[in-house]
Design a binder for this molecule. Structure first.
Ligand code: ZN
Ligand code: FE
Ligand code: FE
Ligand code: FE
Length: 189
């Protein structure tokens, strides 16, 4: 690889693969989310992600290149790791917190990648490409912030026991079950 153009092409292909993998993964994450606002955030970002794929298609057209044929292994790994959460059973708010952790890893990867690609495109003076990349970068940043807000305002507070759950705790304690065992494995409400 000798030219910045070639690197840009490579990075765009990587992102094209990453976004397409996410289009498949986000519905599963939405399905697993118990919090309604988290579910909505995943579905809203799914729609945005489809638009991001279209932006990349546009960039490919502008540059006269095809963006297919590469696999983003990092996104594959992030999604693979996220699958562990999809298979997890337990308290719904704790599972939601784990989903947010997985989703924010994805957003941060995308923010890093789009930041790099945008800088390269800027350096090459590809103004239209920069504009398109910037629109996506903005969405990724907002998605990340929204996840933080849902976590802090809703999901983490929901991990504190509700009255009903405290009653269950007492019953379980009567059964002689210890607290750590209960929190370690608990069926979803
Ligand atoms: Zn290459
Ligand atoms: Fe994206
Ligand atoms: Fe990648
Ligand atoms: Fe994203």
């Amino acid at each position: 690889m000798d030219s910045l153009n070639e690197l840009l092409e490579d990075e765009l292909k990587d992102l094209y693969s990453a976004e397409n993998q996410l289009v498949k993964a986000l519905p599963r994450m939405a399905k697993k989310a118990a919090s309604e606002s988290l579910q909505e955030a995943f579905l809203a970002h799914l729609e945005e992600t489809q638009g991001q794929v279209e932006r990349l298609d546009k960039i490919g057209q502008l540059m006269g290149i095809k963006l297919t044929g590469k696999k983003c292994k990092a996104m594959e790994g992030l999604i693979e790791e996220g699958k562990e959460i999809l298979e997890e059973e337990g308290r719904s708010a704790v599972i939601d917190a784990a989903l947010i952790g997985a989703a924010q890893r994805v957003e941060h990867y995308e923010i890093a990648a789009y930041g790099t690609v945008k800088a390269i495109a800027e350096h090459l003076g590809l103004d239209k490409v920069v504009k398109l990349l910037d629109a996506t970068l903005e969405e990724e940043g907002e998605a990340d912030k929204k996840l933080t807000a849902i976590s802090l305002e809703e999901v983490l507070p929901a991990t504190d026991s509700s009255e009903e759950e405290e009653e269950e705790d007492e019953e379980e304690e009567d059964d002689g079950k210890s607290r750590p065992a209960r929190t370690a494995k608990r069926s979803r409400v």
